[in-house]
Design a binder for this molecule. Structure first.
Ligand code: 0X9
Ligand code: ZN
Length: 305
């Protein structure tokens, strides 16, 4: 960060959302789903040609602060929705309303810029032991919360589930907004890194969800498309099968409580070489290969729902 004005850096994702919305004011507007523990806006962008009557698609990124590639890819998706000259992408706006939150954990994100590049959690204080800060927001949702070893009750742990479901305002704000659009919510997408996985519910146990075969076939089709451009290898499967037990995630809650038709969590590049320190020259290839697979998912989405 040598020589870079940190104050400007912190603000630039939110500023760019406002700029995009004002340039595209017929279809885009920014809004806040609430504030974080430290009082930052959770700024989102709505991209809609309908005035909010169409089936809704939600995309979030950076629930985990250090996963910087996710906010960058999220910004590219926004750019493509607003500026692509491909008729395929333009047609999505004739069918759906998009709600996109690029920085779901603004306090943690700021902390990764100022103090600790590898910070993951929120920045809330959770009592004793003093000095252990932060909840894993992706363990703070109310789906088998803190069950089955899929999260920790220790505030010092990087997978601390919080003091109760939705104890952290960032998770509660997401719950409230998602609930407000739940009757229209057809697709929930959460961007994480890394590992190159296309994940679907659940992270609780190995019981296949009723829609398992549909998810598996859409995931496999998307994986194939993600690989065409650069040969990047994505693998599709449930969180529990491909990764580990993880309870209280935003995806599992949205799938279970809101019955969104499709819910995916992505682990973007890479597979461990650079991890969270993915070099900037991989941002653009990550974003474009992501769009290739997103097109497949969107095609399947409009076919099925
Ligand atoms: O552990 C996580 O929260 C995610 N992986 S990460 O490396 N980005 O931390 C996986 C989340 C999977 N979601 C579910 N449990 N459903
Ligand atoms: Zn993550």
């Amino acid at each position: 960060l040598n020589g870079i004005d940190i104050t400007r850096l912190k603000m630039c994702i939110h500023q760019s959302l406002d700029d995009l919305a004002s340039i595209n004011n017929a279809t885009a507007s920014t809004f806040s789903i609430g504030t974080s523990y430290e009082g930052r806006e959770m700024k989102a962008i709505k991209i809609s040609k309908s005035g909010e009557t169409r089936p809704a698609i939600w995309i979030d990124a950076n629930i985990h602060a250090r996963e910087w590639i996710t906010g960058a890819v999220c910004n590219y998706i926004i750019d493509q929705l607003l500026n692509s000259n491909e008729t395929e992408i333009q047609s999505w706006l004739d069918e759906y309303d998009f709600y996109i939150l690029p920085i779901a954990n603004p306090d943690g994100y700021e902390f990764t810029h100022t103090t600790d590049r590898f910070w993951r959690k929120s920045r809330s204080e959770n009592g004793s032991p003093v000095g252990c800060i932060g909840t894993d927001l992706n363990r703070n949702f109310d789906f088998h919360w803190l069950e089955n070893g899929g999260a920790s009750s220790n505030p010092c742990s990087n997978t601390f589930a919080g003091n109760s479901p939705f104890s952290d305002s960032e998770a509660a704000n997401m719950r409230d907004f998602l609930t407000s659009i739940s009757s229209r919510l057809v697709f929930y997408l959460s961007l994480h890194s890394s590992g190159q996985y296309i994940l679907f519910p659940t992270g609780f146990d190995d019981t296949p969800i009723p829609q398992y075969n549909t998810y598996m076939s859409i995931g496999n089709l998307a994986a194939e498309a993600h690989g065409i451009r650069h040969g990047t290898n994505f693998t599709a499967g449930s969180v529990y099968n491909l990764m580990y037990t993880a309870t209280g995630s935003s995806m599992d809650w949205t799938w279970n409580a809101l019955k969104a038709n499709l819910t995916f969590t992505y682990e973007l590049r890479d597979k461990g070489q650079f991890g969270h320190l993915l070099p900037p020259d991989q941002i653009y290839p990550s974003a474009t290969e992501f769009m290739d697979g997103l097109k497949v998912i969107m095609t399947e989405l409009s076919r099925e729902y």
